[in-house]
Design a protein around this ligand. Structure first.
Ligand code: UD1
Length: 419
């Protein structure tokens, strides 16, 4: 099993192009099912979650061709509506196929999705939204059998009690298959939802309101294939910024909208990083010790993203002063803490709260990735630490970062992947 060997203490300097957003491209690939014909998705990152999604599309009968960061999906003919359990388990976002298949075929048979172990990740809101749009869903021993009960399903108002990203996306896709207007109240406001709206619009869908908490989908319009460029990955960008903050240096990122990272940039700036932004550009410089900052509470967008909690914590653990983190989105998102402690980090966890006391500098250790962002956080910590670290379980990293080690080497980091 391959692993990273990371020699810490080298500053990171230089420019990186940020790849397309994982959390955008996965629902967009599923949404490509909505229109018969060939759609082309550009800026599609090379990630294992993307490969798994393309496998699902092929299995459903699509012709899929990939060339560099362009993926062509011909969804002219769909030959089945079932997704086997093994493919569903590969990632959480496979559940978005539910809304896409219901809209296109009126039926779907799949299983409860997998994904990172962050505590319970129910899909009750997804199912309630689809039921509201006329779907009958039978749940049996982990399988989900869904079919549309109405010939011309009517849209209606859907109220989400939590602004769930996935449930909002599923509702948007299913609503495209309805004949009349659907209103999603309490929708998630994440930039990836705006990207999905833009993609659907480019197919001819009448969707509006994304970015705010009420999204309207006027159904009954035929959709056509499209060509679309996915937004830059703000979580990959946050990771590289935190790596630069931990290892010190001057990092420039292109291909990511700084407005999608306001909460993260504010924290880095409070910790002592100098940040400049421009259109699709973020530059950060940091040569001293990071300082502790006011409490970081994860929250739905535009609050501090749960996906950036681990990487920021890793950077601050090797700084000075204390910072309190409150994880409000997932029950069990401190899997990286035990590993950071092996590096000498001083972090106390009590339920949703973690208090990090900076120790000046972490030291290299033998580490094991526990989940996608947690594994990335350990790389961030190792780059800033004194001495050598190794990190195993790289499958987590491959889910969400394209050429992670190569990109960090391009910035001057000493990291290599060994078989
Ligand atoms: C998405 C992102 C993930 C990110 C998360 C929060 C993708 C593929 N994944 O995940 O990277 O960490 O948003 O920004 O885009 N909930 C329910 N019932 C449901 C659905 C969700 O109770 O049916 C709860 C969850 O347990 C969680 C909260 O709602 O506490 C937010 O989850 P949600 O926004 O749905 O996250 P994901 O879509 O799974």
């Amino acid at each position: 099993m391959s692993y990273y060997e990371i020699q810490g203490g080298r500053p990171l300097e230089g420019r990186l192009e940020i790849h397309g957003a994982k959390n955008s491209v996965l629902p967009i690939l599923a949404a490509a099912l909505l229109a018969p014909g060939e759609s082309v998705i550009e800026n599609c990152p090379d990630l294992s979650d993307v490969s798994a999604t393309l496998d699902i599309l092929r299995l459903l009968g699509c012709r899929v061709e990939r060339e560099g960061d362009r993926v062509a999906i011909d969804a002219s003919v769909l030959s089945r509506c079932q997704i086997p359990e093994q493919l569903m388990r590969e990632m959480r976002s496979s559940v978005i196929f539910l809304g896409a298949l219901l809209a296109r075929l009126g039926e779907a048979e799949l299983f409860y999705p997998g994904g990172c172990e962050l505590g319970p990740r129910p899909i009750d809101l997804h199912l309630a939204a689809l039921r509201a749009l006329g779907a009958e869903i039978l749940e049996e021993q982990g399988s989900l059998c869904c079919h549309q009960t109405q010939t011309n399903p009517a849209g209606r108002e859907i109220c989400l009690s939590i602004p769930s990203v996935g449930a909002t996306e599923n509702a948007m896709l299913a609503a495209c298959g309805c004949e009349s207007t659907t209103t999603i109240v309490g929708a998630a406001r994440e930039p990836e939802i705006v990207d999905l709206q833009n993609f659907l619009r480019s197919m001819g869908a009448r969707v509006s309101g994304a970015g705010g908490s009420v999204i309207t989908v006027e159904g009954g319009v035929p959709l056509h294939p499209t060509r679309y460029r996915v937004m830059g990955d703000r979580m990959a960008a946050a990771t590289y910024l935190c790596a630069g903050a931990a290892a010190r240096g001057a990092v420039e990122l292109v291909g990511v909208d700084p407005d999608t990272l306001t909460a993260v940039l504010a924290c880095l700036s409070q910790a002592g990083c100098e940040i400049h932004t421009g259109e699709n550009f973020i530059a950060m410089e940091q040569w001293g010790l990071l300082r502790g900052i006011p409490p970081v509470r994860t929250a739905p967008y535009p609050g501090f993203p749960t996906d950036a909690q681990a990487v920021l914590m890793a950077a601050l653990a090797g700084g000075e002063g204390s910072t309190m983190f409150v994880e409000n989105i997932f029950d069990s998102r401190y899997g990286h803490v035990d590993e950071l402690r092996r590096m000498g980090a001083d972090i106390q966890v009590d339920g949703r709260v973690a208090v990090v006391q900076g120790v000046g500098r972490l030291r290299g250790a033998t580490l094991r990735g526990t989940d996608l962002r947690g594994a990335a956080a350990l790389v961030v910590a190792a780059l800033g630490a004194e001495g050598m670290s190794t990190l195993s379980q790289l499958r987590h990293i491959r889910r969400g970062y394209e050429n992670f080690a190569r990109n960090l080497r391009q910035l001057g980091g000493e990291i290599r992947e060994l078989p």
